[in-house]
Design a protein around this ligand. Structure first.
Ligand SMILES: Nc1nc2c(c(=O)[nH]1)N[C@H]1C(S)=C(S)[C@@H](COP(=O)(O)OP(=O)(O)OC[C@H]3O[C@@H](n4cnc5c(N)ncnc54)[C@H](O)[C@@H]3O)O[C@H]1N2
Ligand code: MOO
Length: 390
């Protein structure tokens, strides 16, 4: 058995960033920008009014001052020409500021009669002008790698960047194995259960930037597993679920190795998730997850997501942890790192009473995994411990 850290490093050694493709910006939310891009223009490209009102020379702004309105500037339609002393231009939000003007008086501070405006007795500070390039200048760099969020997409759009280079989405094959499994919606036989892990893992993978494919459930036979691996050939990451332990029907490791998988490790000092295996299969990394539903999902957070992030060019790092106080006392931990299903609330971390790795209700209620290091001492309520939030 190897440690969780060593297992993750072995997995990283099997992992490299995906190739880069260029896609339309409109499809880029949730993708990872692979190379820095540069703004193609200043924003705003001209000094612009921030309010609806009247553009004047700022030095002339005084309570009661009068101006003649000589034209209009609207968003998309500038006032051509310069504005001399004593004159004003009707202006709207987003319009280019006319030459000669450096202040906008908001219309609430102005009385207008015909083409004459009189400024009110109290003027706000202004100047209600957005200088050219106040947001960014042409050539400003948008750094990579970066997971593109909606705000980033808006910024890139305003930089006039219609297409972006992103890392290709890793194609991930999910192979559920076991004679006992049927798909949700099917009619299970008396000894059968519903395949759940593949559904949970696909959701986890897709939500984090992968393109996960559910392959047909592989029965516990050599030919069925061979067919499943054949179907996964064009994938970047192959994940099997179940059949990883030591039972007579746990054939995944044997068949994978017969199919050319060179094994990096088998068995990790963690709970749940001990019978994890990994290796290289052709150009893909292969991860064999344990079948117990909670074990599969915990390994999803601890191993699969860090591997996915590395494939997406986001670097090689373990699942982010945060510190939190324990809400209850805990006994000492044994020789395996324990990932306890827990709820982080206002009074700290509450590990669930039942930690059996078959209990999906407990996992679904949890919002964190409390990480107990190997051979950790007994802990008292209030002590600071580490957890992985989800
Ligand atoms: N003698 C030993 N027995 C077991 C050991 C051990 O060290 N010595 N390890 C136990 C641990 S820990 C785990 S975890 C399991 C893992 O076994 P497998 O990876 O071989 O998984 P299976 O036996 O195929 O299934 C375990 C359990 O999970 C259910 N399962 C499997 N796939 C799915 C799925 N896609 N969706 C929902 N549920 C699934 C399966 O029906 C079993 O109940 O081995 C222990 N045994
Ligand atoms: O390690 Mo198993 O994954 O405890 O249930």
């Amino acid at each position: 058995m190897i440690s969780v850290d060593d297992a993750l490093n072995e997995l990283f050694a099997l992992t490299e960033p995906m190739t880069v493709e260029t896609i339309p910006l409109i499809q880029a939310a949730g993708r990872v920008l692979a190379k820095p891009v540069q703004a193609k223009r200043d924003q705003p490209p001209f000094a612009a009014s921030a309010m609806d009102g009247y553009a004047i020379r700022g030095a002339e702004a005084a309570p009661g001052a009068q101006f003649e309105v000589i034209g209009e500037a609207a968003a998309g339609h500038r006032y051509d020409g310069s504005v001399p002393a004593g004159k004003a231009v009707r202006i709207f939000t987003g319009a280019p500021l006319p030459a000669g003007c450096d202040r906008v008086i908001i219309q609430e501070d102005v009385a207008r009669t015909g083409d004459t405006i009189t400024l009110g007795s109290r003027l706000d500070a202004g100047p209600h002008v957005r200088p050219a390039g106040a947001d960014f200048r042409q050539g400003a760099e948008f750094a990579a790698p970066r997971l593109l969020r909606p705000h980033d997409i808006a910024l890139l759009a305003s930089m006039n960047i219609p297409d972006v280079p992103v890392y290709r989405k890793p194609r991930v094959a999910l192979i559920a194995t076991g004679d006992e499994l049927v798909m949700p919606g099917e009619s299970p036989g008396p000894d059968q259960i519903i395949a759940s892990n593949s559904f949970g893992l696909k959701a986890l993978l897709d939500a984090n930037g992968a393109e996960a494919r559910l392959l047909p459930i592989a029965r516990d036979t050599v030919p069925a597993l061979e067919t499943a691996f054949d179907l996964a050939r064009d994938c970047d990451l192959i994940i099997t679920i179940g059949g990883a332990s030591v039972g007579d029907h746990d054939l995944v490791g044997t068949v994978a190795q017969a199919q050319g998988m060179s094994r990096s490790f088998y068995k990790v000092a963690m709970r749940p998730g001990k019978p994890l295996m990994a290796g290289r299969m052709g150009r893909a990394a292969m991860i064999g997850l344990p079948g117990n539903p909670v074990s599969a999902m915990v390994c999803g957070h601890v191993f699969v997501l860090p591997v996915l992030r590395a494939m997406l060019g986001l670097g090689f790092a373990s699942a982010p942890r945060q510190k939190a106080p324990l809400a209850i006392d805990l006994p000492s931990n044994g020789p395996r790192e324990h990932y306890m299903r827990a709820t982080l609330g206002a009074d700290g971390l509450h590990p669930a009473t039942r930690q059996d790795s078959a209990l999906l209700t407990v996992l679904a209620q949890a919002n964190a995994l409390l990480v107990r290091p190997v051979s950790d001492d007994a802990r008292r309520a209030g002590e600071i411990v580490e957890c992985i939030r989800f």
